[in-house]
Design a protein around this ligand. Structure first.
Ligand code: BYC
Ligand code: FE
Ligand code: FE
Length: 471
């Protein structure tokens, strides 16, 4: 079962051939998906050969097969981790019962909603990134962009399979609507805030893959602990692909920092911007923007939705099985800081209601590791500059801190003070104009734009100057 059927129209390891009804539904959706891709994907590169990895089996040695592919010919398909015998519902009120292979009727609405929300982010990100190819700093980076794009497309397939297989007519309607909403469209926007933000420069792209794809990692880790077994298995396989997306962000920003450090060493008395590099404080502002926006993706600090999902066993904590010993979370509590007047006060809330905050905390800790990696780059160049994460209260638009004002360290402040200082913390028009001015396409193999250092090594054992995209 672990190998993938590449003969059929839709590659899969779910034995699609024996479910004719589902096969018909998916085969009807496939051309609509391709229409969407031809309209909203990286359409100007459809004819180019790209050195991409494709999954040919879900085993450790089979899911990363490399070769030249034209993107519209990418074999998008449906791959689930093999089923584990005897798996149980890992959390909530039904903890320990046999995991569900079909949707429990009582949780149908909630489960559909979770899957649709997850699904919606995948095509959204492709839409957000569709024009970046034109300003790629190298062929290596261009190929990474396209790898991320085709895999986000596959993640949409993964969710659409669940909708069409398990949710009947409603699921089919949702699958259509996933191709109708558009990132940033005021009339039919994508569901979650960050997925409507424009990604206009490669600095934004690297920040997005670092911080927003990392939300993907943690949401998938939580859904990998779902009692609905097909969802858990799908998410486990998606996580293997996700690691590369975050690698692109982590090393991408790291290379920008490295380049700036080199310019600072060469011209110690000048601003790096005079020599075509991005000043470190400006990189910090982009961090502040994308971290705060992505921090919103966990929802409200105190959430009855989150409590219900956990209680029902639809969504666990990250590493629920491995990391925790008590899986019902009935009696625990969690401390949340609330603003009362101009003071922060601690409040204990029932653990189940704080599940969004629990996941957000894990996410922020993981982000910190990335920040530490970047700080090692500045330290190695003997440059006295420390990147940091903005406090979780800074610049929030969802949850308890919405409409309130905090500095990047999380101290409450007045609206007036905040507005007078926000330009120190978030990129302003001038900053964005400067970063945009650096974005010029570099199309020769092995050459890199002046604002970014080459990577330490190429991909899949290939040299850095390999022709990753045939233009
Ligand atoms: N923007 O109790 P609340 C990825 C809504 S990323 C706009 O606070 P809940 C990827 C919420 O929907 C991973 N609206 O929230 C990365 C609710 O709406 P309704 C994506 C928001 O429900 C890069 C209301 O506020 N996966 O894979 O506990 C590239 C109040 O609800 C936002 C998932 O998110 C927001 N930021 O939790 C490609 C997993 N936040 O009911 C891909 C599935 C909240 O009032 N989603 N709202 O209309 C979930 O588990 C939950 O829905 C959420 C929110 C964690 C998003
Ligand atoms: Fe994804
Ligand atoms: Fe991703």
């Amino acid at each position: 079962m672990a190998s993938i059927d590449y003969e059929s129209k839709i590659p899969n390891n779910v034995d699609l051939a024996s479910d004719k009804r589902l096969q018909r539904a998916l085969e009807k959706w496939q051309p609509e998906y391709l229409d969407w891709w031809h309209q909203m994907g990286p359409t100007d590169y459809e004819a180019n050969d790209i050195y991409l990895r494709t999954a040919i089996s879900v085993e450790a040695d089979g899911w990363a097969h490399f070769g030249y592919v034209k993107m519209p010919d990418y074999r998008w398909g449906i791959f689930l981790e093999p089923q584990q015998k005897g798996r149980v519902v890992p959390c909530g009120d039904h903890y320990g019962e046999e995991a569900w292979q079909e949707v429990p009727g009582e949780f149908r609405t909630e489960l559909r909603r979770i899957i649709v929300t997850q699904a919606d982010t995948e095509p959204a990100s492709v839409e957000q990134q569709r024009l970046l190819g034109h300003t790629a700093p190298s062929l290596y980076d261009l190929r990474n962009l396209f790898q991320v794009n085709v895999e986000e497309g596959r993640h949409l397939w993964a969710m659409v399979y669940l909708l069409q297989r398990y949710f009947g007519k409603d699921g089919r309607r949702e699958a259509e609507e996933l191709l109708e909403r558009r990132s940033g469209n005021p009339d039919r926007p994508r569901i979650l805030g960050t997925f409507n933000e424009p990604i206009t420069t490669w600095l934004d792209f690297f920040m997005f893959t670092m911080f927003t794809d990392r939300d993907g990692k943690f949401q998938l880790l939580a859904l990998a602990e779902s009692g609905f077994d097909p969802l858990a298995r799908t998410c486990r396989f998606m996580l293997t692909e996700e690691a590369h997306h975050m690698f692109v962000g982590q090393t991408g920003v790291g290379r920008v920092i490295k380049r700036t450090c080199e310019v600072m060493q060469e011209y110690p008395d000048a601003c790096p911007s005079e020599h075509g590099a991005i000043p470190l404080p400006l990189i910090q502002k982009y961090i502040n923007f994308w971290v705060s926006s992505s921090t919103d993706l966990y929802g409200s600090e105190i959430s009855s939705n989150a409590a219900n999902y956990f209680a029902a066993g639809l969504k666990g904590r990250a590493y629920e099985e491995k990391k925790y010993t008590e899986h019902k979370a009935m009696d625990g509590s969690y401390v949340i800081e609330k603003l009362e007047g101009d003071r922060l006060v601690k409040e204990e809330v029932p653990l189940r209601n704080a599940m969004n905050e629990v996941l957000r905390t894990e996410y922020l800790e993981d982000n910190q590791k990335g920040i530490d990696y970047w700080n090692r780059i500045t330290a190695k160049h003997n440059i006295d500059f420390n990147f940091c994460l903005p406090n979780r209260r800074f610049h929030r638009n969802i949850g308890l801190y919405t409409g309130l004002h905090f500095d990047v360290e999380g101290n409450p402040m007045s609206k007036e003070d905040y507005e007078a200082r926000v330009h120190e913390w978030l990129p302003n028009d001038e900053d964005r104009k400067f970063v945009t001015s650096l974005m010029v396409a570099v199309k020769e193999a092995g050459q890199f734009a002046g604002w970014i250092a080459p990577p330490a090594k190429g991909l899949n054992g290939q040299p850095v100057d390999f022709e990753y995209v045939k233009l």
